[in-house]
Design a protein around this ligand. Structure first.
Ligand SMILES: Cc1ncc(COP(=O)(O)O)c(C=O)c1O
Length: 393
């Protein structure tokens, strides 16, 4: 018999009751160090006092009022995002997939408004993940996500990640945009080379294409800068955000330059819930915390510490681990044994991690993680691997 909750996930048999900082407590009273952050969502950990205060204060005043009216919180958050990025404008929605849908629609509208409506195709890269709507699974191009959902939404051409020759060869008179994650998340924590991102910008400019960065996972401080693209010094025309922006409250945002958003006039796009007062109260506070002096530098420093610990594990456990890679607190261990076995062994040590493609184990602690927690998490990881090795598994 089908479960009451539709069985679209292969869930671990764990349920949590409460969380504080980097720690979660399960319904049976066990404590877990959360190095998954709800897949890069709980950027400020669990029940951060300032987020709790912002959400409860807003909950006393107004939850929802509709985008038929001005939402002052949206105006403030949009202004902050614009000031902190390449963008001139922001659209608010509720998830990463919706932010990417907005990006894809904006690309088509831009070319329509520019008098080149025949340009509607987006070039995407292998290993990409952009969400689970019909358009975003087509953009991601992964067989396992597309299977059974034919017909595939038209308008996406995929090339190998990091290969400029293949990308340039795929550009035609119908190409509208290039879409990439500056650091692939679901694909296996694969950071794009700076040179590759620079060349994408050059190609986009040369052929009149829009450059779209999906920073749903790698954005909002995760890599040690507010946005990953800032480390490469390459600005996109459009950028999708979600996850960390709400610190656990569902929110998405699609940022764009004025030029890229030229077609997005009244009536072209919308969302009932997008950017409601509750979401905006939380996002504003997330930005307050992340933009405090020193916060992002600390993420970068702690990311380097975590990376060093992971490299040490690779050295000590060559039969289980191949390499460590990532940027800031977005780290991955390329495994030699099934990543699922290691994640499972981590549960037994009270540590949560997340699986990714390329047999990678994602290590995504909250950005507020302490040095001691990084050392404790690394020790738990090592204990999990050692337990597997001693079993001869
Ligand atoms: C890079 C990227 N884009 C888009 C998405 C989709 O976000 P959501 O699950 O909020 O729709 C994800 C989710 O993991 C992601 O990592």
């Amino acid at each position: 018999m089908i479960s009451a909750v539709m069985p679209t996930y292969a869930r671990a048999d764990l349920a949590f009751e409460r969380g504080e900082g980097c720690w979660l407590e399960s319904v049976d009273g066990r404590r877990y160090l959360d190095f998954g952050s709800g897949v890069a969502v709980n950027a400020l950990g669990h029940t951060h006092p300032r987020l709790v205060a912002a959400l409860t204060a807003q909950a006393q005043k107004l939850w929802h009022c509709s985008n038929l009216y001005r939402v002052p919180g949206q105006e403030r958050v949009a202004a902050r995002l614009v000031e902190a990025s390449f963008a001139d404008t922001a659209f608010f929605c509720n998830s990463g997939a919706e932010a990417m849908e907005c990006a894809i629609k904006m690309v088509r509208k831009y070319h329509d408004a520019s008098g080149t409506p025949e340009r509607y195709r987006c070039i995407t890269v292998e290993g990409a993940f952009h969400g689970r709507t019909l358009a975003t699974i087509a953009a991601g191009g992964q067989e396992k996500h597309l299977k059974g959902f034919d017909p595939v939404v038209d308008g996406f051409d995929q090339v190998p990640f990091g290969n400029m020759n293949a990308l340039r060869a795929a550009i035609t008179g119908q190409t509208a945009a290039i879409i990439v994650e500056p650091v692939q998340g679901e694909g296996g924590i694969r950071p794009a080379e700076t040179d590759y991102l620079k060349k994408l910008r050059l190609a986009a400019d040369e052929f009149g294409l829009l450059l779209v960065f999906d920073e749903v996972q790698c954005g909002m401080g995760r890599t040690g800068s507010l946005f990953a693209y800032q480390q490469a010094g390459v600005a996109p025309d459009i950028m999708a955000l979600a996850k960390g922006l709400g610190g656990g409250f569902p929110i998405g945002a699609c940022l764009a330059s004025e030029r890229a958003a030229q077609g997005m006039t009244a009536g072209t796009h919308g969302s009932t819930f997008g950017g409601n007062p509750l979401a905006m109260a939380v996002a504003e506070t997330v930005l307050d915390v992340m933009l405090e002096p020193g916060f992002l530098q600390e993420v970068a420093r702690k990311g380097a510490l975590l990376h060093d610990r992971l490299c040490l594990l690779v050295e000590r456990h060559p039969s289980s681990l191949l390499s460590a890679r990532g940027l800031g607190l977005m780290q991955g261990l390329v495994c030699k044994r099934p990543n699922g076995d290691i994640a499972e062994a981590c549960y037994a040590q009270g540590l949560l991690t997340v699986l990714a493609g390329d047999n990678v184990l994602r290590i995504l602690p909250p950005l507020i993680v302490t040095d001691e927690e990084i050392l404790e998490g690394s020790a738990k990881l090592e204990a999990a691997i050692a337990a597997l090795e001693s079993r001869g598994a």
